[in-house]
Design a protein around this ligand. Structure first.
Ligand code: SF4
Length: 493
């Protein structure tokens, strides 16, 4: 058990402590228990990229470095402010008050003082941003700096990149001075409370809603491993029903199988409960009738996409899902299957080749089966916008799309799906030999995006790129063969 000796806070540690005091404590004394996933690292990297770009957009200015040396950063900031007759913008200026350290993204000189601009890689102002800025403003003002206004610069989701490195307009600064001024009054109380937490032993706090709001906590596995195992079928498998599951938990129901049948009114909930109680899957014969009417050839289609906070291809918007890969299994009436695929790891804009190859392979007739139609049809609509000469042919694909997700949700459930109709949950119940767990490198959409980023990075070796190419093709192909097997199961074959 570590000896609690630390009292220094930072704005991110205060934000962590306001989410959960145990998180602050663990983040200070038990960093070995923290789990950093590639996905959370990618979010962190995106924040850094947006921060770098902000320094270009709000520059020129002086960057206060010394990321790992607080004393030097404070000294350099003080020196820069003292000789700031040039009225220079400062980036990452360091300030300290009452053992709370902050680094200001942008401190811009204005008449009578400075404006503080905090840069975030989100597309709107969130409540926790206001908390973050209130802590900064409190420290900066108490360090003797006259702050005029506080802005939150976030990404404008309507921005369209025109190319040539022109990112003017990507960030939009919202004036949050009023909200921040109000919140600042609470900062001294937060600081006293959290410094007390740091002087004590590990807080005894059970996992709950706070573990994912406003951020996924990196200590979740650590905390869960110290709690008694929950029921095999907890009431929380009733997804997207927060009010109901809260009420059931408050009434003392932990195990869904113990909930009286009449307590659930939603037919899907009733089905999940019944399958959990009996251990038997549910298959409605009406699914077969619905699916038998589909013609041939049948195209089972899936896309993989990449989205960048800072768009890199002309014509795209921040966070726009840009498709770089598709996979398709084509089934003929005699049951024969062939696979077609497209993958572009060149790092160039993949959309034209993606569109043309798709049109060549999907022909003009036969149902196109997808799982969650809104995603694939939305990407096809984007492609039609970008390529007017292909628009009619592309939009005709959307007319042929058949969504297997609502059909599955309506007609099929297996207790092992644990309340989820994600294809990753459904597939092991209809074709256990095709489990996603046996895939190397890429086994879900998030990993596919990370694989794309790694494969297109200029420093990635040819061997590694080839490995990732294979992994991406196996993964996307797994999604489409999964749909073939699912349809066969739904049709009772
Ligand atoms: S997992 Fe939950 S309970 Fe544990 S530290 Fe994180 S937020 Fe707190």
């Amino acid at each position: 058990m570590p000896t609690p000796t630390v009292t220094r806070l930072s704005k991110s540690r205060i934000v962590a402590g306001l989410q959960c005091e145990r998180r602050l404590w663990l983040g200070t004394y038990r960093r070995d228990a923290m789990e950093t996933t590639p996905e959370s690292q990618a979010v962190f990297d995106t924040g850094n990229e947006v921060g770098d770009l902000a320094r270009v957009l709000y520059g020129p200015g002086l960057l206060i470095g010394h990321v790992d040396n607080t004393s030097k950063a404070l000294a350099e900031t003080a020196e820069a402010l003292q000789r700031n007759g040039k009225r220079q913008t400062l980036f990452e200026a360091a300030f300290q008050h009452k053992d709370v350290l902050v680094r200001a993204d942008v401190l811009k000189p204005v008449a009578g003082g400075y404006d503080l601009i905090e840069v975030k890689s989100t597309t709107s102002v969130k409540d926790y941003h206001l908390v973050d800025c209130a802590i900064q403003a409190w420290v900066i003002q108490n360090a003797g700096i006259a702050l005029r206004r506080v802005y939150l610069a976030h990404i404008d989701s309507a921005f369209v990149y025109e190319g040539n490195g022109d990112y003017n307009g990507l960030l939009v600064a919202e004036d949050i001075t009023t909200e921040v001024t109000e919140l600042m009054q609470q900062v001294p109380t937060w600081v006293r409370r959290l410094q007390k937490v740091l002087r004590g032993s590990e807080p005894s706090i059970a996992t709950g809603e706070q573990c994912s709001k406003p951020f996924d906590c990196p200590f979740f596995e650590h905390c869960r491993s110290q709690e008694p195992a929950e029921s095999k079928y907890p009431v929380t498998i009733l997804k997207r029903s927060a009010a109901l599951t809260r009420a059931l938990l408050d009434e003392g129901f932990v195990d869904l199988r113990k909930v009286p049948a009449e307590r659930l009114t939603n037919p899907i909930h009733q089905r999940i409960r019944k399958a959990s109680v009996t251990g038997k899957p549910f298959l409605d014969p009406a699914a077969a009738e619905q699916l038998d009417g589909l013609g041939y050839p049948r195209y089972y289609l899936d896309f993989e996409t990449i989205n960048f906070a800072i768009p890199c291809w002309a014509g795209t918007r921040p966070f726009q899902q840009v498709p770089f890969q598709w996979s398709c299994h084509i089934e003929q009436r005699d049951g024969s299957l062939k696979e077609r695929a497209f993958l572009d790891l060149s790092g160039n804009d993949p959309t034209r080749n993606f569109s043309e190859s798709l049109l060549r392979s999907l022909g003009t007739r036969g149902p196109i089966l997808v799982y969650n139609k809104g995603f694939e049809s939305g990407r096809v609509a984007d492609l039609a916008d970008w390529f007017p000469d292909l628009a009619d042919a592309l939009l005709a694909l959307n007319e042929r799309m058949v969504d297997l997700l609502p059909i599955t949700r309506e007609h099929y459930y297996h207790p092992a799906m644990m309340g989820s109709w994600s294809i990753k949950k459904v597939l092991p119940t209809v074709a256990p030999e095709l489990d996603y767990d046996e895939l190397d490198d890429v086994a879900d959409g998030g990993q596919a995006q990370l694989a794309y980023l790694e494969a297109t990075h200029p420093e990635t070796s040819a061997d590694r790129r080839a490995t990732l190419d294979t992994a991406l093709r196996r993964y996307c192909g797994r999604d489409t063969i999964a749909m073939v097997r699912l349809l066969q199961a739904l049709a009772g074959r």
